[in-house]
Design a protein around this ligand. Structure first.
Ligand code: NAP
Length: 510
């Protein structure tokens, strides 16, 4: 296509017809779905995004040192491989720019309606349509709804007695206050998860005093993540096959982490020994080592990749506090035993409301069924995507599709392809709606939960579990297993409802 005709197409897009698809969320998931559907003739798509820009987690998490600890050759779309990553694990700005470039290159950016917070989604059996309402009162209608809001988008802040009385400054790591200077301040970080370990080494030298409140220690593996030397960059760019080999190698490396988590008594012990040796080398001070050491099975919580965090704890101006927080006062935090920590600023690195998924959005399905009620005993969905009684609804990065040892982009691509198959099955039958059979969803959930038996994930408390202890965040197996399960949609697992008079027809087939 010439530049001119491409420009003309951009200005005068082909008439939209057929299935109207509404996607909520313009992160990697929503963008993956839009690309996949458009490539297969479903082009009437709107992506509604709460933020003023695309990017999802990579828009919101702008804390210093924000990066991905999954190598970029794997943490990127299979169909949009880049040869010029600056380092093994890219920093936030590079990942955000990558996603923006992909969205622009695939002309997805113009489908995105930013600053649009969807508050409710309601299905109508008679018309086989979803109606979405936004905070501003705008109403959108569509045949298909894809919820691509993910698991990690609602900051969670603990309820601590006296927190409101604290006179200093506070913010969450996912809502970093770039206007506030930490220089020369007495700063607390509450939480030592994947986010905290990335920004603590960055701010430690800047602040006057840094007090790190740790509830549970973590298992670490090394990650230096320096810029690639010129020779490595050149090899990736110029030698055919290097890029593909790296991607395959990283895929297998990530699968090996899952082997360790799935087999804590055998392979898990080996990786545990590797992690222990690394941590012992990094934590020379026996008292600090004792405090930082985790007390649970390797791999039960997310293993953290950092060569900079533990040395940062050993700095003169940094203190690791493992005593529980009792309460807050006007001037700081009081820990068990009445120890007072005077502070100017508290940074909450306390993670996300992971069990809420797309809530607080209200989702109403067939016969007025409320998703909140349906999930009152914990979230579950067939392959993490389809929920009985919620026709033409697909969730991306839904229940039990998080990965502890893999790339979420891989799962999102699989999900996008599965949703495309579902919509094609819908069209092939000239049906109005596709709805997973309740017995299929129940059986797949039972089988999935059974796969956790004996794994490290079951051996401690973590954000992967809901209040009743059920693991609702993670996929219990390997990336390759998820591909096998989702590669071919099985139509008999679904009910197809007759179309109302207005039969849906997909764009290019008309
Ligand atoms: P997180 O892993 O959930 O960590 C939250 C931290 O806050 C934990 O140390 C937790 O302690 C602590 N905490 C929670 N409530 C607390 C309370 N009431 N009092 C004291 N401490 C409390 O959150 P995150 O670090 O933001 O990371 C969330 C997820 O985002 C990660 O697991 C990962 O999947 C993803 N992430 C990925 C990357 C990457 O590079 N790929 C980077 C950042 C984040 P406990 O351990 O005791 O619960």
């Amino acid at each position: 296509m010439s530049d001119m005709s491409a420009t003309a197409e951009r200005q005068n897009p082909p008439p939209q017809s057929g299935l109207e698809v509404l996607i909520v969320g313009a992160g990697f998931g929503g963008i993956a779905a839009a690309i996949e559907l458009r490539r297969h003739g479903i082009s009437d798509i709107k992506i509604l995004e709460r933020a003023p820009d695309l990017g999802g987690t990579w828009f919101y998490n702008s804390y210093p040192g924000a990066a991905c600890d999954v190598p970029s050759h794997l943490y990127s779309f299979s169909f949009a491989q880049r040869l010029d990553w600056s380092r093994l694990c890219s920093v936030r700005s590079e990942i955000h720019d990558y996603l923006r470039d992909v969205a622009r290159g695939q002309q997805i950016d113009r489908l995105i309606h930013t600053s649009n917070t969807v508050t409710s989604c309601s299905w109508d059996d008679a018309s086989c349509r979803w109606t979405l309402t936004t905070e501003a009162g705008t109403v959108y209608e569509g045949d298909v709804l894809i919820l691509a809001t993910g698991q990690l988008h609602q900051p969670s802040q603990p309820r601590i007695e006296g927190a409101a009385s604290f006179a200093g400054h506070t913010f969450h790591s996912a809502e970093w206050d770039h206007e506030y200077s930490l220089a020369g301040k007495r700063v607390a970080v509450v939480g030592t998860g994947a986010s905290a370990v990335q920004f603590i080494p960055e701010i430690a030298a800047e602040v006057e005093r840094l007090t790190v409140f740790q509830r549970t220690g973590n298992w670490f593996l090394p990650r230096k993540n320096r810029q690639y030397p010129a020779a490595v960059k050149a090899a990736i760019r110029l030698i055919p096959g290097v890029q593909a080999f790296r991607r395959k190698f990283m895929f297998q490396y990530c699968e090996a982490i899952t082997v360790a988590i799935r087999h804590p008594r055998t392979v898990g012990r080996l990786v545990h020994a590797r992690s222990s040796a690394f941590m012992r080398m990094q934590l020379k001070d026996p008292q600090l080592r004792r405090k930082a050491w985790p007390d649970y099975t390797f791999g039960c919580k997310r293993v953290l990749f950092s060569s900079a965090f533990l040395p940062a704890l050993a700095r003169e101006n940094v203190e690791l506090v493992s005593a529980p927080i009792e309460r807050m006062t006007e001037d700081g935090i009081i820990t068990a035993g009445g120890v007072r920590h005077e502070l100017d600023c508290v940074i909450w690195a306390t993670g996300f409301k992971t069990n809420d998924f797309m809530f607080p959005m209200e989702i109403t399905g067939s016969d007025g069924r409320e998703l909140r009620e349906y999930w009152s005993a914990g979230a579950h969905a067939h392959l993490g995507m389809t929920i009985p009684g919620f026709p033409n609804l697909f969730v991306m990065y839904g229940p039990n599709t998080n990965t502890s040892g893999g790339s979420i982009i891989f799962y999102l691509e699989m999900q996008a392809a599965y949703i495309r198959q579902a919509l094609h099955a819908l069209r092939a039958r000239r049906a109005g709606a596709i709805d997973v059979r309740p017995e299929v969803e129940a059986a797949s959930d039972r089988a999935l939960q059974a796969r956790f038996a004996g794994t490290a994930w079951t051996q401690c408390d973590s954000w992967y579990r809901d209040e009743d202890g059920r693991i609702v965040a993670n996929w219990p197996g390997y990336m390759r297993e998820y591909r096998e399960r989702t590669e071919h949609l099985v139509p008999s697992e679904y009910r197809f409802m007759p179309a109302p008079d207005r039969a849906p027809v997909i764009g290019s087939q008309r």
